[in-house]
Design a protein around this ligand. Structure first.
Ligand SMILES: [Zn+2]
Length: 493
């Protein structure tokens, strides 16, 4: 499998350090509020990566932390007049509820920063011994001496000169250099504090991830992941302090996903342009949301809109509808043989199409092997469904025909499982997804039939008919969009 490594900025063949065993650490959330859909993207991307690595036979240890001490948590607690521990606990529960509602299982290890203070102090002590950390005056903040680490900037691809030009010219008596970052914050009156050799205080943000990842996965991780926005400064600093302390590579692969945007701007709490997972799940089924989040390459930015979610809903309905039709056709019949006899060739498909179906699993795997290209992998599932629909339109009496369809349906579901999709009962899911379209003048089958006629008309260059069908659908409140995966429809909003 190839993965794009931010360190080196290219796709590289991924092999774990210990054959067969992968350690993956993905930065989790700061628990001071309900999470938004951008956080869900991070959770879904790494969950699918973990699923895929396991499907490929690897044992994966997946660690995702909670930042449960931070300025934002203290600010929230002060606003509410509540203890900070209670705020942190409440939003850890809220995050866990949201993930469960989204259908994403927990990571195997979900450590909390506040439970790993001794491990952080141990790393800071090592950095002190090696001259990478300093404190002035005694009792003040402890900083990392950036200029002493010659590789600083290698992850984000910035030189010290670039960084210096970008650094705020701040007068900070405590820092030797504006580039230095904090490892340990001296406590201010009224703030939570833990004892340390450098006085009572609390950890800086970056040190917690170094401490927790190394504790559970060793000094060199196979994969360290997070959103693009974490490359600098968070991951650059994690890398610097970890490699300075251990004198060995910290993470072999740095995997960063693109950000979720609204109108091309990052979805973030601080910009105020966000939708919480709870809000989105109030309007769309969890599987539609997961489908939306992986129907784009994980490294691309992904723009959120109601129309995009509705499109995802229609696309998922199309997949489930075909599975439901196959279920219906085979229900009550004697169980067909597990596979059609090798010589069976359904008449509705050309030899090239039959070959495509036979290669479905290989193509699906090749897409995910290529830097986890979930969009391409889904494209192959849609292709299979399109061909299955053609078979359904041309029923055959040969019992091998049913066996062929059953086998295809089972394979689509099995591959869907790798993406955490298509595991629901098809008929129930179709009924659920159709509720929204119940007031339309057309049934989804009628819409699909019109789309098929329009596609055929376009293929035979009968554009007048194609346009007339588009107009007819438009008048009935259905908008069409031609995509590389075929024509999709959605209800005009
Ligand atoms: Zn982190």
């Amino acid at each position: 499998m190839q993965l794009f490594n931010t360190l080196g900025k290219r796709k590289e063949v991924f092999e774990p350090l210990v054959p067969g065993k992968v350690g993956l650490y993905a930065c989790g959330v700061t628990v001071y509020d309900d999470v938004h859909l951008g956080h869900a993207r991070s959770a879904v991307v790494f969950e699918v990566l973990v699923r895929y690595l396991r499907w490929r036979g690897l044992t994966v240890t997946w660690v995702r932390n909670y930042t449960d001490i931070d300025d934002k948590i203290l600010k929230r607690a002060a606003e509410e007049g509540a203890p900070w521990e209670e705020v942190a606990r409440r939003y850890i529960v809220s995050f866990q509820e949201d993930m469960a509602a989204l259908g994403i299982p927990p990571a195997q290890i979900e450590p909390k920063a506040t439970e790993h203070i001794p491990e952080m102090l141990e790393i800071i002590a090592r950095l002190m011994d090696k001259g990478f950390a300093y404190q002035r005056p005694a009792g003040g903040d402890v900083y990392f001496r950036v200029r002493r680490f010659p590789d600083y900037g290698k992850l984000s691809g910035q030189s010290l000169e670039d960084l210096e030009a970008g650094a705020r010219v701040e007068v900070d008596e405590l820092k030797e250099d504006p580039l230095d970052f904090v490892l340990w914050k001296a406590s201010k009156p009224g703030e939570p504090a833990w004892p340390s050799p450098w006085g009572p205080g609390r950890p800086g943000w970056h040190i917690e991830c170094s401490a927790m990842s190394m504790k559970y996965l060793g000094e060199t991780l196979d994969i360290h992941g997070g959103g693009r926005d974490l490359v600098f400064p968070h991951h650059e600093n994690e890398l610097a302090q970890s490699e300075a302390a251990n004198a060995k590579p910290f993470a072999r692969f740095w995997v960063h996903h693109g950000l979720l945007t609204i109108d091309k701007e990052k979805m973030s709490k601080s910009l105020g342009n966000f939708f919480t997972v709870k809000e989105v799940l109030g309007r769309f089924p969890a599987e539609v949301v997961r489908f939306f989040l992986i129907n784009a390459h994980y490294r691309s930015p992904l723009d959120f809109s109601d129309a995009a979610l509705e499109e995802a809903e229609t696309a998922l309905l199309r997949l489930y509808s075909t599975l439901a039709r196959i279920d219906e056709l085979t229900a009550g019949r004697p169980a067909p043989p597990a596979a059609a006899p090798p010589g069976f060739a359904p008449a509705a498909l050309s030899p090239e199409e039959r070959e495509r179906l036979a290669a479905l699993r290989d193509r699906f795997q090749a897409a995910l092997d290529d830097d986890l290209n979930t969009a391409q992998a889904l494209g192959y599932l849609f292709d299979a469904v399109r061909l299955a629909n053609r078979l359904l339109e041309a029923p055959e009496t040969d019992p091998a025909y049913l066996a062929f369809l059953s086998r295809l349906s089972a394979e689509i579901r099995e591959l869907g499982q790798v993406l955490n999709l298509l595991q629901d009962d098809p008929a129930a899911m179709v009924a659920r997804l159709r509720q929204k379209t119940a007031d339309l003048a057309l049934t989804p089958e009628e819409i699909e039939a019109l789309i098929a006629r329009r596609t055929a008309a376009r293929q035979s260059k009968d554009f007048a008919t194609a346009d007339a069908i588009r107009r007819e659908l438009d008048e009935k409140g259905i908008v069409l969009e031609d995509t590389p995966k075929g024509t999709i429809w959605r209800v005009k909003g």
